[in-house]
Design a protein around this ligand. Structure first.
Ligand code: FE
Ligand code: FE
Length: 295
């Protein structure tokens, strides 16, 4: 475990989500490809009690360092989209060079996770942009390959610039966040106006917001919301921060919630055949994206 990399791999965080949300929003039985996937066995477990030390340390760092100033800085920096030009499939292969520290062979690769998610969405007969969103949704994790620490790439996201809601997992670690000592940032609204809409709100920095910035010109709005808010568990699973949302956000969150089970529970299906699936997905990508985009 190192200071910036307490998780053995990014998947440790996703496993902790499955532990925390073992079931819930899966579509009705018999109607979804997700029904074929092995379901978690036990009921609700308290993450705080049972999570591995690496996950706990990961959240300690995340909650300590995700400040308003940090988020503003990362948004401005990565918002320039001047790191690389790549085709979308090329970017998926770039992401795939990210290998977990432990057991690189035991688990699914990044592309395999993305294809499992997309294939489950496809099997349920959803629109092509929804399938494409499944394929892309974690592409922002290339932030790791640009040198960002784990706590700046993954983790449940939450608004900065206002009080940290106590429904955020490991809420107690916010005591060490410098913003906690600034009374102006600790009211329910903080720097925001009631009902201003999430587009005006700065969420903690990570792979969701980064990928949103990258794909914003190319995808329909529900797809963009699924990408931008898929890690916003305090919002889409815990119902917090309603006072910052507007009616449009509430409409879009129906899509975010529809997407979530495919993200969390499509794992464990059979290993996808990347070579066989690639032509279908290359064609799907070409329907929405130019050959190269800016990252
Ligand atoms: Fe993700
Ligand atoms: Fe994911």
């Amino acid at each position: 475990m190192s200071e910036t990399h307490p998780l053995r791999g990014l998947d440790d965080w996703e496993q902790s989500l499955r532990d925390r949300y073992p079931a819930g929003l899966t579509p009705p039985s018999g109607q979804s490809a997700l029904d074929q996937v092995e379901k978690p066995r036990d009921s609700f477990r308290n993450l705080g009690d049972s999570s591995p030390p690496g996950v706990r340390e990961f959240y300690r760092l995340n909650h300590r360092y995700q400040t308003l100033e940090y988020v503003r800085g990362k948004r401005a920096d990565y918002g320039r989209l001047n790191r690389r030009q790549m085709g979308v499939w090329e970017a998926l292969e770039f992401l795939n060079t990210l290998v977990d520290d432990s057991d690189p062979d035991a688990d699914f690769s990044q592309i395999e996770h993305l294809l499992q998610t997309a294939e489950a969405i496809r099997a349920d007969g959803h629109p092509d942009w929804f399938i494409l969103t499944g394929l892309l949704h974690d592409l922002g994790k290339i932030l790791c390959l640009f040198g960002e620490p784990q706590w700046g790439v993954v983790g449940d996201t939450f608004p900065v610039g206002c009080r940290f809601d106590n429904r955020i997992v490991f809420h107690e670690f916010f005591a060490d966040n410098p913003d906690s000592a600034n009374p102006a940032l600790q009211t329910e609204l903080g720097i925001y106006e009631e009902g201003c809409g999430l587009d005006r709100v700065l969420l903690s920095w990570g792979h969701d917001e980064y990928l949103y910035q990258v794909v914003r010109p190319y995808l329909p709005e529900p797809a963009l919301s699924m990408i931008r808010y898929h890690s916003f568990y305090p919002g889409h699973r815990e119902g917090a921060y309603q006072w910052l949302m507007n009616d449009h956000d509430r409409e879009m969150f129906a899509w975010v919630r529809a997407f979530n089970p495919y993200d969390l529970y499509s794992k464990g299906a059979t290993r996808p055949n990347v070579t066989a699936l690639r032509p279908y997905y290359e064609e799907l990508i070409a329907r929405y994206f130019p050959p190269q985009i800016n990252f």
